[in-house]
Design a protein around this ligand. Structure first.
Ligand SMILES: Nc1ncnc2c1ncn2[C@@H]1O[C@H](COP(=O)(O)OP(=O)(O)OP(=O)(O)O)[C@@H](O)[C@H]1O
Length: 824
């Protein structure tokens, strides 16, 4: 399609009309490029005969010109007649001669001659006569009839002369001469004509080649026209196709629009439906989400609680580790410092000895040298005297004098050297003392570094105390732990079913199978009671394991807090075993306190530990460390210093615990006194509350700090119910007092948990709570062990004890404490 303008341009250049309008017949003549030929020319050409041959003169039957005469060819090289020939363009030419050799030339030539006016035939000039003979059908009439008609019109020349001149002899001669001349002129003319013919031929050839190239161009153009025609046809067909496509598309569009409209309507309905469904779904999801979030919140709370407990356990462990590490570090540091100190002292001593020795040696050497110098000086004096003598006596002894002088010089040099040696020794002594000073300085630096480390340790100790207390407060200022003793005696035949559901993980739960109950229908059922505490110890637990849990509280007592550890439970549940056995809480607590106090000595702490052991029996105080005969007789008084918040026991024996073994004596004395007081019907240990009171007063001479803490280890009387014990008389009174004091203890704890600051706490309601007034509540820390007997016979008491312990466990004292629920 891009070629179209080019084609058009070529068409314009050629001046041809579009092919559709040319409508040439498919004849060969058209391809010759002769479309411009007129009808007349075509006709005249068709009237012409076939080509007659060449232009050369052929032999005829007519007389030939004399042989002496040169031929035209021979004379071609000769100069022409001075008479100028007429220009070819202005003269008529017999083109018919040439028409025998070339069609194209002939056509043109014939065309030009056919238009010649017929009046030329009457001209008298040679040229006119010649031209009169040219052309078909214009032949002049022949008079004699014997001269052959040549193609060149000789007969016409003859007739011309015949018609104008008379026939005489002279005239005959002249006529012959004239005839020759005419022949010659004719030949000359022929030459001219041939030249013109050659020129014409050349021109014709040029025209022919032009015509050929034009024909080729026309062919090319024709081809292009054909191509364009084909393209046009193609485009027309494409146009038709496109038109039909457009029509299809329009109909498709209208159909699609209709479908679209239907879809849009359907879509609107669907959207409405979906919106309704979505709203319903959203309501459902919101409900679900609400439920889920409630559940998640509950789970999170439980998980947080669990994490808190884990955290507490970990903190306990970390603190313990930290304490142990600190102890180790202190020990190591102390040992290092001590070792360094003794090493330095040894070094200093050695250096001192060495220096003294060296100084002594140097002094001795200096004395020797001095003596030598003095000897030398004496000698010099002698020599000088001798020299003087000699001088005065004889000049001849000049040589001796010279020698003496030389000797003198030598001695002086020796003297100088001795002096230098003495100086050197003195300077060496200075270096020694410099080294000594250096060592002394370094030792001072080491001591300062040790003091700095000690100071740091002291600061850390203060920080540890603070952190320790924070941890204890986080754990709650009142904690409850449960311990189930194993079956030990032969009488322990009927154990009850006690389970420890989380023994492998937390060890905080205990589940007791209750007594059998018979319903009205006679069905027997047993319920399981679950309790949870801060820690539950099973029958296999050892005292060491139990002490691990309370060691932190013992540490608190050493840090200046009041701590109260109770053992609560029925008779025979293991209270005394836990508290006062040889590896029980009391001996272990004293051991730990002593070890810790010793360790803290390095940090400047000095502790004074006083122990007293009293019992509350029938609401009176008895001194378990006093004489056994004074039991129930000697009156003990409890005094409270409300300002200092301290309790003192008047008339009670107080033992200074200057070593860990002292506690054994105390425990033995207490046990002996109790056994003396016991009767067959009255196991004293079961019927009284024993309180081991350990006062801990610490002072730090370096920091000026002071701490006063009290550790109360309480073995409560058996908690049997009155109706169960079936006691009478004195036993009844005991039991009533026990129950009263235990009930008061519960009241105090309850009041501490629920009361606001400054409100009344019923400490005075029992001797026990009065004694422990400053060790219960406030900033003090309380731990209650609920002891459980594994026997079926004690089941009811066990459940009662566990309920009481749960109540205590749910009490908040001081910091916030978790509420636990009892499942029963
Ligand atoms: N954890 C234990 N492991 C081994 N034996 C135990 C344990 N606990 C208690 N016993 C033993 O059980 C018996 C009763 O214990 P214990 O005397 O300590 O009870 P109690 O509660 O102090 O009684 P009471 O109120 O009469 O003083 C003792 O023989 C004791 O040795």
């Amino acid at each position: 399609m891009d070629t179209a303008p080019e084609n058009q341009a070529s068409m314009r250049t050629s001046g041809l009309k579009p092919p559709s309008k040319v409508q040439l017949p498919p004849s060969p003549s058209r391809s010759n490029g002769l479309s411009e030929m007129s009808e007349a020319a075509t006709n005249s050409r068709g009237a012409m005969g076939p080509p007659t041959g060449t232009l050369k003169h052929k032999a005829t039957g007519l007389p030939e010109p004399p042989a002496k005469r040169k031929t035209l060819q021979e004379r071609a090289g000769e100069p022409l007649n001075p008479k100028p020939a007429a220009p070819p363009s202005s003269r008529p030419v017999n083109h018919a001669v040439k028409s025998t050799t070339m069609n194209g030339v002939r056509n043109v030539f014939s065309n030009s001659t056919s238009r010649m006016p017929s009046s030329n035939a009457s001209r008298h000039t040679s040229s006119s006569s010649f031209s009169g003979s040219v052309g078909y059908g214009s032949r002049a009439p022949s008079a004699n009839g014997y001269r052959p008609q040549s193609a060149y019109g000789h007969s016409r020349i003859k007739s011309h002369h015949q018609g104008s001149r008379p026939a005489t002899s002279m005239a005959q001669h002249d006529e012959d001469q004239n005839s020759d001349r005419k022949v010659f002129d004719t030949e000359r003319r022929m030459e001219v004509m041939e030249r013109e013919f050659a020129t014409l031929k050349q021109k014709m050839e040029g025209d022919t080649s032009q015509t050929t190239s034009l024909n080729e161009k026309i062919k090319v153009l024709q081809t292009r026209v054909n191509e364009l025609e084909a393209i046009r046809t193609q485009l027309m067909s494409i146009n038709d196709v496109l038109k039909s496509d457009l029509k299809d598309a329009k109909s498709y569009m209208s159909t699609a629009n209709m479908e679209l409209e239907t879809i849009r309507r359907n879509h609107t309905f669907e959207v409405d439906d979906l919106r309704r469904k979505h709203r319903n779904d959203m309501d459902d999801i919101q409900d679900q989400y609400r439920k889920e979030s409630d559940r998640t919140r509950r789970e999170n709370e439980e998980a947080a609680e669990k994490v808190r407990k884990d955290f507490e356990t970990q903190i306990d462990k970390l603190l313990k580790m930290h304490t142990e590490e600190l102890g180790e570090m202190e020990k190591r540091l102390k040992a290092d410092v001590e070792e360094e100190r003794s090493r330095r002292a040894r070094e200093v001593q050695e250096i001192r000895t060495e220096c003294t020795l060296k100084l002594q040696n140097a002094g001795l050497e200096a004395d020797t040298k001095e003596r030598e110098a003095q000897n030398v000086r004496g000698e010099l004096i002698n020599v000088k005297a001798e020299l003087d003598r000699e001088r005065t006596l004889k000049a001849g002894i000049q040589e001796q004098l010279t020698q003496a002088s030389t000797h003198n010089l030598t001695l002086e040099a020796a003297n100088k050297s001795m002096k230098a040696k003495i100086d050197f020794l003195e300077s060496d002594s200075q270096a020694q003392s410099q080294a000594f000073n250096d060592l002394h300085r370094r030792m001072q630096e080491a001591i300062e570094a040790a003091e700095l480390a000690n100071e740091k340790l002291r600061q850390e100790e203060t920080l540890r105390r603070k952190l320790h207390n924070q941890v204890q407060e986080l754990k709650g200022n009142i904690r409850v732990m449960c311990r189930v003793r194993p079956t030990v005696a032969d009488t322990d035949t009927e154990p009850t079913s006690i389970a420890f559901p989380d023994a492998d993980t937390d060890s905080k739960e205990v589940a007791v199978q209750g007594p059998e109950k018979q319903s009205a229908l006679g069905n027997v059922t047993t319920a399981t009671y679950s309790y949870s505490f801060d820690r539950v110890f099973g029958p296999t637990s050892q005292n060491a394991e139990v002490f691990e849990e309370i060691s932190q509280l013992v540490q608190s007592a050493l840090d200046g807090y009041n701590v109260c550890i109770f053992c609560y439970g029925q008779t025979g549940s293991g209270k005394t075993y836990t508290m006062s056995a040889s590896d029980g809480m009391i001996p272990r607590a004293v051991q730990q306190i002593y070890a810790e106090a010793t360790r803290l000595e390095e940090k400047g702490w000095r502790y004074r530990m006083e122990g007293s052991f009293v019992e509350v029996y029938n609401e009176t105080y008895n001194d378990l460390l006093g004489r056994s005969e004074d039991l129930d007789k000697k009156k003990l008084e409890v005094r409270h210093d409300t300002l200092k918040k301290q309790t003192t026991l008047e008339n009670a024996v107080t033992v200074e615990l200057d070593g860990p073994d002292r506690v054994d004596e105390i425990l033995k004395t207490a046990a002996k006194n109790r056994s003396v007081a016991a009767t067959k019907a009255n196991q004293r240990s079961s019927r009284s509350h024993s309180v081991f009171i350990l006062k801990l007063v610490g002072e730090n001479s370096i920091t000026g700090e002071r701490s006063e803490g009290t550790l109360n280890l309480v073995d409560l009387a058996g908690s049997e119910r009155l109706e169960h014990s079936k006691a009478e008389g004195a036993r009844l009174k005991e039991t009533q007092n026990i129950n009263k004091s235990l009930s008061c203890l519960g009241d105090v704890i309850n009041a501490l948990g629920s009361a606001k600051e400054g409100s009344h706490i019923p400490y005075r309601n029992s001797k026990l709570t009065y004694l422990l007034q400053y060790s219960l509540g406030g900033n003090s820390k309380t731990l209650m062990f609920v002891m459980v007997s594994p026997l079926q016979a004690h089941l009811q008491e066990t459940i009662t004890s566990l309920k009481f312990a749960t109540k205590v466990h749910n009490t908040h004292i001081g910091t916030a404490k978790k509420q636990t629920k009892t499942k029963d």
